[in-house]
Design a protein. Structure first.
Length: 262
């Protein structure tokens, strides 16, 4: 068995998320089709995280396993082969040799998401931001975001799949709000995330910034179950899977947007 580690970036606007779905265009399905063409045989391709429909990735990782190679091929040749076949909004940044049993999802220790809110209308970045016309108070948003750090039950901030028995407890290692030019950014890091969790947190932080909800209101959602946050779910356009960390990797530490507005 031959295994490689792929670093991937994509704009998720045209896709129904990362994971392969029946009768839906997804990022994983595009990569899988390209892999079949490259290796003309059975391949396994699994990602580090399942981004939702319309969500982007600055750094997604995947493992690629091929049972049998007909010819020797280098990581650089694999990278170029993928990029010759992939659509314009998916790009393989790097291909690395790795251990045969490397698993992109199970071996990851932390994931970071970054959300971009634009404070002005933009002609170029509509698919990469959430434009909010209202004046948002950044100070109270920072205060509310700070409450997220630690282990909490995020049942008020996620879409629960009734067919799965999944814990809604998540330990958040990092949560912060910062500005970069015309963007207000929210970064959050944890070992894993729940369905729609980040977008619902961002939506409620926006309500706090607008003055429609208080920091105490936000805190109550962490302590008591409520469906209130669902109606304020932020659009996927501003959300990026920013970093995936493996043992020994350093977390992001710069207060910079993924794509700043000029």
């Amino acid at each position: 068995m031959h295994t490689w580690k792929l670093e991937i970036e994509y704009e998720g606007t045209r896709y129904r998320g990362w994971q392969i779905q029946h009768n839906a265009n997804t990022v994983q399905s595009e990569l899988q089709k390209a892999a079949y063409q490259l290796f003309s045989g059975k391949v396994e391709l699994g990602g580090a995280g399942r981004t939702d429909a319309g969500v982007h990735a600055r750094q997604q990782f995947a493992h690629l396993r091929v049972a049998e190679l007909k010819i020797n091929i280098t990581p650089r040749q694999i990278q170029h082969g993928f990029n010759d076949l992939l659509p314009h909004d998916i790009n393989v940044k790097r291909v690395l040799n790795t251990a045969e049993n490397f698993d992109a999802r199970r071996d990851a220790v932390q994931r970071f998401y970054l959300y971009q809110i634009s404070t002005r209308r933009t002609a170029f970045a509509k698919n990469l931001v959430w434009w909010i016309k209202d004046d948002l108070k950044v100070g109270v948003k920072k205060e509310a975001a700070g409450l997220l750090v630690g282990k909490h039950n995020f049942q008020s901030f996620c879409e629960i799949d009734e067919t799965k028995k999944q814990s809604t407890l998540v330990k958040v290692e990092h949560a912060a709000v910062f500005t970069d030019g015309d963007l207000i950014c929210f970064r959050i890091g944890a070992s894993h995330f729940l369905w729609k969790m980040v977008r619902r947190i961002v939506g409620m932080l926006a309500e706090v910034g607008r003055g429609n909800a208080s920091v105490n209101d936000f805190n109550r959602l962490l302590k008591f179950q409520s469906n209130a946050a669902a109606q304020y779910t932020a659009p996927p356009s501003g959300l990026f899977l920013e970093r995936v960390l493996y043992p020994g990797d350093a977390p992001p530490n710069e207060n910079k947007a993924v794509f700043p507005l000029g």
